[in-house]
Design a protein around this ligand. Structure first.
Ligand code: GLN
Length: 537
């Protein structure tokens, strides 16, 4: 049983400073020093989870093994730390209020007025300590979403204040991430926004122990001293965070700035000198020195916002490094594709990935893209909706099942080759009701998928309501598309492939969620390898 210590990370001045990457980098460094660390994200919005949010609003919805639909920062945590997260790692205001209100209805506060303080703040404090109470972690890093000063983050900041006091010095510390902007006209870095942000935090009773300052220019000693003096922070605890070429450089940058050392000192934990980031740097050097370059088309309907496909693009970075190849993504909007312009828009691609998604917008463009990749022997990778579209394309154009479709797009289709899963038919609520989380899949012998994983049984994460309709399995297989992965208990088709094609695989699950720096996903590695071979042929 570990005596868990806590690090709280807040942000100020603006949003999008990259708190998640700083938190993940710090956790990575602590892990390298021999500490077990995990990260939790508290999101101040009222949705119970981001599962019902449009990706344009929020970027990708990341799914954990236990089926939680969570913030995309959890993806970064997993990719950096190489350990899975769970529902406990992401808490929203909606979830906090829901549990407090449920308790009120059960009579747990009988006789009392239920209030933000203490009831909401107590619930937040419990959620923060849940991970600590497992006894698994030396350090839990809790990232508070939003920006200090937002009305909706107030209960979180108050909870942090209380915990800092209750847990006491050396058991809990606070890091504030801010921006030190450069004014070109004055030729100067400006500390005032940071001073104001810290003042605002102090008004809520939290005095930061460490300032991490995002900046486009180096902070000289004078600036650091000024920040230290006016923000009440030790000079060594003013950490500069310059823009990085890749997010995977940030752990090294924080190591140079000794963020880990300052944190361990403040938590009164020994600083173990040992070679840091060995395997990580091997990855980085391969990532930065590719021997080849390939181009993969990512076909989706949210391509204007790359964050909507965060785990996929990161999985390509990991798999690219393994293959020592730079993977360039050509972002292709599925709505812009027509049967006529596909040859032009997909010209010279070495691989085609049809992305996950929901609803019928841009769907025919996805089907056209599958057809082109299938007919032109271009490596094809379909994920979730992408796999479903591969089945539809094959049914229509190879089997000749005219109008074959998914009942998601056409409830009255003559050939529902993809249809709603039986257990989904009675479900009306939209939130948290898909087939979510980790499920087993058995891979067929002599298949490309089995060669990629080199395993019989895999566990992968899911997020869908529709499935391959097994009534069409025989016909589809006899025409040359084979179901090479199935759920061993229910026979749900998890993987389809076309053996008579260089690399054509569709998966009902989401492999991208499990790719990490130290564990690049085997299917992405295999797809990138096939795309590389395509580029060299
Ligand atoms: N819309 C499809 C389904 O619900 C695919 C979902 C996805 O791509 N994540 O089955």
């Amino acid at each position: 049983m570990k005596n868990t210590k806590y690090v709280f990370v807040t942000g100020g001045v603006t949003s999008s400073l990259g708190k998640g990457i700083i938190a993940a980098s710090l956790a990575k460094l602590l892990q390298e020093r021999g500490y077990s660390a995990t990260i939790q994200k508290l999101d101040p919005y009222i949705n119970i989870d981001p599962g019902t949010l449009n990706p344009y609003e929020h970027g990708e919805c990341f799914v954990t093994d236990d089926g939680a639909e969570t913030d995309l920062d959890l993806g970064h945590y997993e990719r950096f730390l190489n350990i899975p997260t769970s529902q406990a790692n992401n808490v929203t205001t909606g979830r906090i209020y829901q549990s407090v209100i449920d308790k009120e209805r059960r009579g747990e506060f009988l006789g009392k007025t239920v209030q933000i303080i203490p009831h909401i703040t107590d619930e937040i404090k419990n959620r923060i300590q849940i991970l600590g109470k497992t006894g698994e972690y030396d350090i839990v890093i809790t990232e508070i979403g939003g920006t200090v000063g937002d009305i909706e983050s107030l209960p979180y900041i108050e909870s942090v204040r209380q915990l800092l006091w209750e847990l006491g010095e050396k058991n809990a510390i606070s890091i504030h991430l801010t921006l030190v902007p450069y004014l070109a006209a004055a030729g100067e870095l400006k500390t005032k926004p940071t001073q104001h942000s810290v003042k605002m935090l102090m008004q809520s009773g939290v005095s930061p122990d460490i300032l991490v300052c995002r900046s486009e220019h180096k902070l000289n000693e004078g600036i650091k001293r000024k920040l230290a003096l006016f923000c009440n922070v030790q000079e060594e605890a003013i950490i500069e965070s310059l823009d990085a070429e890749t997010i995977y450089d940030v752990p090294n940058l924080m190591l140079q700035e000794q963020l880990d050392k300052v944190v361990l000192n403040k938590l009164d934990l020994p600083f173990n000198e040992k070679p840091a980031l060995g395997e990580w740097n091997d990855f980085l050097s391969k990532h930065k020195n590719p021997k080849n370059e390939i181009e993969i088309g990512l076909i989706g309907k949210y391509v204007e916002l790359h964050d909507a496909y965060k785990s996929i693009t990161e999985a390509f970075i990991h798999a690219g490094a393994t293959n020592e190849v730079k993977v360039n993504i050509r972002w292709i909007h599925s709505e812009s594709l027509t049967a006529d312009n596909v040859p032009n828009k997909l010209k010279n691609l070495n691989g085609v990935l049809v992305a996950p998604g929901f609803g019928d917008r841009g769907i025919e463009g996805k089907i056209d893209a599958v057809k082109y990749a299938r007919e032109h022997q271009i490596p094809f990778f379909g994920i979730c909706l992408g796999m479903q579209m591969a089945v539809i394309e094959f049914s229509r154009n190879v089997l000749g099942l005219e109008g074959a479709f998914s009942t998601e797009m056409d409830n009255d289709t003559k050939h529902p080759v993809i249809n709603l899963m039986e257990e989904q038919k009675t479900i009306v609520d939209k939130g948290g009701t898909m087939r979510l989380g980790s499920w087993k899949c058995k891979l067929a012998n002599n298949s490309k998928i089995k060669a990629a994983y080199n395993k019989d049984i895999i566990d992968e994460r899911h997020r869908h309501r529709y499935e391959f309709n097994n009534e069409y399995l025989k016909q589809i297989e006899s025409a040359g598309m084979i179901a090479t992965g199935k759920n061993p208990d229910t026979n749900l088709v998890e993987v389809i492939e076309i053996p008579d094609h260089p690399w054509f695989i569709g998966v009902q699950y989401h492999p991208e969620y499990k790719s990490t720096v130290l564990n690049p996903h085997p299917l992405f590695v295999s797809f990138v390898k096939a795309s590389l071979e395509h580029s060299l042929s």
